[in-house]
Design a protein around this ligand. Structure first.
Ligand code: SDX
Length: 357
């Protein structure tokens, strides 16, 4: 019962996570038909047909205007907020945005993390935030606001692949949270804020940063086996491995590894980093099979997420925020679906406490 394993808590037309076969379908399209092939704007049009135009150029223009609107909040960045962890600062900024169930609220929620994360990264480096450029795509603009330069085609394609790949994933903890809050008719901003809180946890969207910490701690391929064995002996969990639904390799791991290889080939990235990661992955899978023979523990989305976002110039403390910049499309889509088709989510519980006198 704990963790609601295998409980069907909603019907959705948005995505299907086939854990037995390692397949992800988003709005009728398999992941490999989307990742690396379509833009984040295109997948938003699939996820939100009732809200957004089917014309990607229209979606691109509307999202650009929403980024400009979000940037107005950045001028109010204060030292206290910047001193928080990046995820907590993002949460505080998102909390300032207007609530409601209309299109303008939804668009602003979708656009905001892509504006706030780069602004917070730069503010923490004492660099001026870069304003959005409405002529750029969502992924290109996020990278431009981060670095201050127009990104390469390969970099834009890599971030688009990431945002598309993580955009929706069934009833994961943060999406379920968004649905519960939307079911009370609290509004899309409240649903996203609650979902962001759930995403922050290391068992969920807080995992990719610690993946890099693990790679840095191991340092070289020949150190992987002893390090992993010692961590498991200490009862620690290996970040980037295991999944509640996937009983085989998470299909998103290979989608992101392919994006990393394409990015690497375009130059500007250290292939030794991937070689170390592949060695760590190999040793981790062997050790997990030995330690937990009765439990399938495979590579999940976060392992190669860490390397891809690092290669794109995001600091590890921003990884959860970048995850939110992609998943927010799914959170809003599920919130809309819940409002349109659902009713208040209110499960039962079994009381096992002391009996009343
Ligand atoms: C995401 O639901 C989604 O779709 C999430 C997500 C999405 O797109 O929204 O896919 C994104 O959250 C991916 C997961 C990111 N988290 C991590 O990488 C953190 C490390 N992974 C784990 O903590 C764990 O695998 C979970 C939380 C992801 C899933 O765990 P479950 O299904 O709740 O299983 P469990 O915690 O009950 O573990 C079962 C056993 C336990 O051993 P015992 O106590 O029974 O002896 O497996 C062990 C666990 O200790 N185990 C691990 C492990 N994962 C599970 N042991 C070592 N390392 C791990 N990574």
């Amino acid at each position: 019962m704990s963790g609601l394993d295998d409980v069907i808590a909603a019907e959705t037309r948005l995505s299907e996570v086939d854990g037995a076969n390692g397949r992800l379908v988003i709005c009728g399209h398999s992941l490999d038909a989307l990742a690396g092939r379509v833009s984040y704007e295109a997948v938003l049009a699939l996820l939100l047909p009732g809200l957004l135009s089917a014309n990607r150029e229209v979606v691109r223009a509307e999202l650009a205007q929403a980024r400009l609107r979000a940037f107005r909040e950045v001028s109010r960045l204060d030292a206290d907020l910047v001193s928080l962890s990046l995820t907590e600062a993002l949460r505080a900024l998102m909390a300032r945005l207007p609530d409601g169930e209309d299109k303008s609220v939804a668009l602003l929620q979708i656009a905001a993390p892509a504006v706030f994360v780069p602004a917070l990264v730069r503010a923490k480096r004492a660099q001026k935030p870069m304003p959005p450029h409405p002529g750029l795509s969502h992924a290109a603009d996020m990278l431009a606001m981060l670095s201050g330069n127009v990104p390469s085609t390969e970099q834009v394609r890599a971030l688009d692949t990431y945002l598309v790949t993580v955009s929706d994933h069934g009833l994961n903890a943060s999406t379920f949270t968004a649905r519960v809050v939307a079911s009370t008719r609290a509004g899309y901003a409240s649903a996203v804020l609650a979902a962001l809180g759930a995403l922050k946890g290391p068992l969920h969207g807080g995992a990719p940063g610690p993946v890099l910490d693990m790679l840095d701690a191991i340092g070289a391929p020949d150190k992987a086996a002893p390090w992993v064995d010692a961590a498991l002996t200490r009862g620690e969990r290996l970040m980037g491995f295991g999944h509640r639904i996937y009983r085989v390799r998470d299909p998103r791991a290979d989608a992101l590894k392919a994006a990393l290889n394409q990015l690497g080939a375009a130059g500007g990235w250290d292939p030794n980093r991937l070689a170390l990661a592949e060695a760590v992955e190999r040793e981790a899978l062997l050790a997990l099979r030995a330690a937990k023979p009765d439990r399938v523990l495979e590579t999940n989305v976060e392992f190669f997420t860490a390397l891809l976002l690092e290669a794109l110039g995001f600091p590890r403390e921003a990884f959860t925020g970048v995850f939110a910049a992609g998943r927010v499309g799914g959170w809003i889509a599920h919130a809309c679906e819940q409002v349109e088709t659902g009713r208040l989510i209110r499960p039962q519980s079994r009381y096992v406490g002391p009996k009343a006198a």
